[in-house]
Write a protein that binds this ligand. Structure first.
Ligand code: FE
Ligand code: FE
Ligand code: ZN
Length: 279
């Protein structure tokens, strides 16, 4: 059986996130490793992290899917932005050592006109540097599939594969499939889920798919917009999202909601997804 949860605020620290998710009915969650739009990172409290780890075990949580800040652009043409990416990813992986065995998801980046050929080796170099800085790391770094808005890298499975091919520690890299993003990128998961997963398997390998961001989309397939919608209220639709959740190839993964909701909306969606899982 898979795991379901949502993106929660990290403002109260590690244990507070777990307690909050438990209250919403989830058994996994996502959180920003630092302010999503800013730079500075609060020092992490090892005792607070240990408390969260105990809660996760006690309540049989699945793996968590931490999210890098949006400002992390590993393939920026601006040296200061690129330097922040290296620093932030290394710092985040060091922080994640307090929560061993979880996932760390990041957006491959925006190439800002220099083209994916230049961006892809740059992205891989940032990941390699971070992985080398934490040699005993127990965090798997996940590349998120992107909608292709602006100059985003990672709209196609081929681009993600090219990044993965350049990672020195292949056992420590994987992929998060965001349902809104792949749909907006042009992969028809509503009309042809099996075909999309077959393509994913051929290009990337389904064994590298470690997490799902479960979102509906405000826009049609191929729109490259990246506007998330509540489950069943968008262009992907409830039936198609139910088939994603219950697909045998995906059934054991953590599913993270990034839908435009407050607590009550997340509680409802978690209940709905769990009922699909239990069918
Ligand atoms: Fe994301
Ligand atoms: Fe996402
Ligand atoms: Zn998105």
């Amino acid at each position: 059986m898979g795991y379901i949860g949502n993106h929660v605020s990290s403002s109260g620290g590690f244990f507070a996130m777990g307690a909050h998710e438990l209250d919403l009915g989830g058994d996994t969650f996502a959180f920003f490793t630092r302010n999503p739009r800013g730079g500075a990172s609060r020092a992490a409290d090892p005792e607070d992290a240990a408390k969260l780890m105990r809660l996760l075990t006690e309540h049989s949580f699945g793996p968590l899917v931490a999210h890098a800040p949006y400002t992390l652009n590993a393939c920026s043409t601006n040296e200061r932005v690129a330097a922040f990416a290296r620093e932030a990813m290394t710092g985040d992986l060091l922080k994640m050592q307090l929560l061993p065995g979880q996932f760390y998801n990041f957006h491959p980046g925006s190439h800002l006109g220099q083209g994916p050929e230049k961006a892809i080796p740059q992205i891989a170099a940032v990941v390699n540097e971070a992985l080398a800085a934490v040699p005993e790391g127990r965090t798997t770094v996940l590349l998120e599939t992107m909608a292709g808005k602006g100059s985003e890298v990672g709209r196609t499975f081929e681009e993600l594969r090219m990044i993965m091919d350049r990672i020195d520690r292949p056992e420590r890299i994987g992929v998060t499939l965001d349902t809104c993003h792949v749909w907006d990128a042009g992969y028809d998961i509503a009309g042809n889920l099996d075909g999309v997963l077959k393509e994913f398997d051929e290009v990337i390998g389904l064994e590298h798919l470690k997490a799902i961001h479960l979102n509906d989309s405000k826009n049609p397939c191929g729109s490259r917009k990246d506007r998330h919608e509540k489950l069943g209220k968008g262009c992907i639709g409830e039936e198609a999202l139910r088939r994603v959740v219950t697909h045998p190839a995906l059934a054991s993964l953590p599913f993270i909601l990034e839908t435009p909701n407050e607590d009550e909306g997340y509680r409802r969606e978690i209940r709905m997804v769990r009922s699909w899982m239990e069918e």
